[in-house]
Design a protein around this ligand. Sequence first.
Ligand code: AHR
Length: 311
Amino acid sequence: ILSACGGGGDSASGGDGTVLGFSQVGAESGWRTANTTSIQGAASEAGIDLKFSDAQQKQENQIKAIRTYIQQKVDVIAFSPVVETGWEPVLQEAKRANIPVILTDRSVDTTDESLYATFLGSDFVAEGVKAGDWLVENSATSDVNADGRINVVELEGTTGAAPAIDRAEGFREAIAAQPTIAISKSQTGDFTRDGGKQVMESFLNSDKAIDVVYAHNDDMGLGAIEAIEAAGLVPGKDIKIITVDAVKDGMQALADGKIDYIVECNPLLGPQLMDLTKKVVAGEEVPKRVVTEETTFTRDQAAAVLADRQY
Ligand code: AHR
């Protein structure tokens, strides 16, 4: 799905005619929707002519969109890669066409850093570490089955996606030295609410002693809540839940006591992306890596900020 939107070019918003082709992963989560809104709004604000495409979580669609942007001779291509691998051929094509590429949100697996100008996004390993650290710090109250062992099940993001790989890695790193904490099951819910619900249902069918759910995003955690409640259990009490993102629905569930802890992943990348786009077009130096600033939320902290949460 390719569409022009957001910008308005020279006349509508006083832009300089810069054209940015952006390939979005899809609309799989509340985070993603907020990210799209931020990018479209910021392009409009900055007077950048945004060509936007939604890849519906398919790498082949992203590759097609990037090739279209190359043919259209846009000034800059930006994209959030659905998975980490398989990008080098299309990035080489962009390089040959002299079109700079900005990676946003997720990175690609390549040893050739000349294939992109900069990567703007979160440190997903650090997010996983924060989730694991909270569990370690709260392990005394997390053994809800009171058997001395903390049985964790993991709802993974999209297989092969950077946040799924890195959040799994960071969490394991944080709990590694804790012999009482063990991940008994780990399966992808594809970052969607439905996926989280279905995987959690199957986990609950085969394991009656789950203490903690670690979900790689709020949407899957919210799906897990539905499955836990349908099984006659109380989320946040019978089973603790840790998630990543901090979108409004997640924060509401945290304030309501159904989620126990959320690690923030900031989707509001639009303004920084437009800034980097302008600099790259002007030939200015940009840092190779721009890391998003993020925090964490406990129940009280979520309740305090909920009313002002933008997304
Ligand atoms: O890449 C960021 C992740 O993608 C978000 O955490 C998740 O909600 C989204 O789908």
